[in-house]
Design a binder for this molecule. Structure first.
Ligand code: ZN
Length: 101
């Protein structure tokens, strides 16, 4: 996966286009990503105690990775991710500024 937990991402399609958020969770098998504040779904919460009202809460649902672009923490631009492979490790690089991210 090119995007990891705690990355900042930009939504590039769908109803949340233009929003930015932090990656909360990555689901590699489904190629889906859970982003804070994005793709919110309403969920009805039942009252937990007698006398308490049920309420509607908003929870983010995972978004397809193809709807997202990584925001480079170095140049702060939405970018595609490249890889640099050296003998010791494989690291991600920003295609805009070329820095390791
Ligand atoms: Zn960059």
């Amino acid at each position: 996966m090119k995007i990891k937990k705690d990355d900042q991402v930009l939504i590039i399609s769908g109803k949340d286009r233009g929003k930015k958020g932090k990656v909360l969770q990555v689901f590699p098998k489904e190629s889906r990503i859970l982003v804070e504040g994005v793709n919110l779904r309403k969920k009805h919460q039942k009252p937990r105690k007698a006398g308490e009202k049920g309420q509607i809460i908003l929870l983010p649902a995972p978004t397809s990775i193809s709807n997202l672009k990584l925001i480079c923490p170095k140049c702060e631009k939405a970018t595609r991710v490249g890889y640099k492979i050296t003998e010791e490790k494989k690291s991600r690089i920003c295609k805009k500024c070329g820095q390791e991210i």
